[in-house]
Design a protein around this ligand. Structure first.
Ligand code: DSN
Length: 432
């Protein structure tokens, strides 16, 4: 037998093999609270590591530029059909390698170079691809932005309407990366109609909730809907672009050959598997638990004296103001203090932040990953207490070692990926 096809990574590349092992252990031994992260099923993970990675399949099912695509067609068609079934959209393109590329394809479909877009300000919860000056969206289009109200810290739809009337965008972009409240897609659709704009809803964060009806769907109100597939949707790291049938041909042309070359068929196959999981009744129960957990965690943090931006959460995430007008610590310090006890979050600007994005006044916390591990509201209350003790006394070694111990005890009760995945060279055969 040719060793090339049989040797494992632990036999051939110790540097990478050990890093994989260490990452398995890091994920398993820590509390993962980054709102945009999740853990995929073993089935999704397995599918990503298949021989479909060897296949070129430029084009679309039934219309490829390469021979030998009959099985690639099976998996891509399954992913398309399942995406359409989940979201009730007229057309789905499952080839975008990422959410950013899905957004780029939509902007190229809906706009000409130099047209105006109206997107949510990044520091109020928006995304780089919604008009940041250093991103393609800000480099190639004129950008107007909207945000949240200073008092409520929620989207001010009257102000959004005013901004739309003033800037007359060709495309209104909604959806966010750090917005904890329900988005009124119906109202946004009406505003766009009034000013003759099309709408792109980027539901990367809330796609799992939308999939099961726990967040209102943008599909009836928006010409284009994009998402990543790896956040609440719990699939492989990738993107998905959907649109009304009238834009289908143009969107497909913009994804390939406009923005990308050959599709990643192994990832598309994994999207199909994840979409199949999203269609199961268990997925709705999972998403409900994500919401219940977010509410419980926000409540326990608030009870411990931390300020939750906008007063709470309607979805899978919350923003915590840790700076408190100079009475607390920066987001950067909070992220670091929590990392030291194996709790992973990310620093995040809060609306009207006075700190630079790399320092920030807040942290963003989300529950999708820990909910996948099986944690429920009792564990969230416990975790809220741990986070609060570290943030109240970030310099205390005593608090840090206590919380580190509590994290170890808690994570041990919720094992993951337990089949020996990522065995370290020095511990061959050990299960992680
Ligand atoms: N970087 C992603 C997030 O963390 O929300 C968005 O692209």
């Amino acid at each position: 037998m040719n060793q090339f096809f049989t040797a494992s990574i632990s036999d051939t590349d110790l540097l990478i093999s050990d890093a994989i092992h260490d990452e398995v252990r890091r994920q398993s031994d820590g509390l993962e609270l980054i709102a945009s992260e999740n853990f995929v099923s073993k089935a999704v993970l397995e599918t990503m590591g298949t021989v479909f990675t060897n296949k070129y399949a430029e084009g679309y099912p039934g219309k490829r530029y390469y021979g030998g695509c009959e099985f690639a067609d099976v998996v891509e068609q399954a992913a398309i059909d399942r995406a359409k079934q989940i979201f009730g959209c007229e057309h789905a393109n499952v080839q975008p390698h990422s959410g950013a590329q899905a957004n780029m394809a939509v902007l190229m479909t809906a706009l000409e170079h130099g047209d105006t877009i109206l997107g949510m300000n990044l520091s109020h919860g928006g995304h780089l691809t919604h008009g940041h000056p250093l991103n393609f969206s800000g480099l190639y289009f004129k950008v107007a932005d909207y945000g949240v109200n200073r008092e409520t810290e929620q989207i001010d739809y009257d102000e959004l309407q005013r901004k739309a009337e003033e800037s007359k965008p060709k495309l209104l972009i909604c959806g966010a990366s750090a917005y904890p409240r329900t988005i009124d897609f119906e109202r946004i659709g009406q505003i766009a109609q009034c000013v003759g704009a099309k709408v792109m809803a980027d539901i990367a964060h809330i796609a799992g909730l939308v999939a099961v009806g726990l967040h209102p769907s943008p599909v009836p109100h928006c010409e284009f809907v994009t998402t990543t597939t790896h956040k609440t949707l719990r699939g492989p790291r990738a993107g998905l672009a959907m649109c009304r049938e009238e834009f289908a041909k143009d969107l497909d042309r913009r994804v390939f050959p406009g923005v990308q070359g050959g599709p990643l068929i192994h990832i598309i196959a994994a999207k199909a598997v994840a979409f199949g999981e999203a269609l199961s009744p268990d997925f709705k129960a999972y998403q409900q638990q994500v919401l219940d957990n977010a509410k419980a965690l926000a409540a326990s943090l608030a009870e411990a004296g931390l300020r939750i931006v906008s007063g709470g959460t309607d979805n899978h995430l919350m923003l915590v103001d840790v700076w408190l007008d100079g009475k607390g610590i920066t987001g950067k310090e909070a992220e670091k203090a929590l990392e030291a006890v194996n709790i992973t979050v990310n620093k995040n600007t809060i609306p009207f932040d006075t700190q630079k994005p790399f320092v920030a006044s807040g942290i963003r916390i989300g529950t999708p990953a820990l909910t996948t591990r099986g944690m429920k509201v009792d564990e969230m209350a416990q975790i809220g207490g741990m986070i609060a003790s570290v943030l109240h006394e970030p310099a205390s070694d005593e608090v840090k070692s206590r919380v580190r111990r509590e994290v170890a005890e808690l994570t041990a009760q919720f094992p993951m990926y337990s089949s020996g995945m990522g065995s370290k060279s020095s511990e061959a055969g050990s299960a992680v």
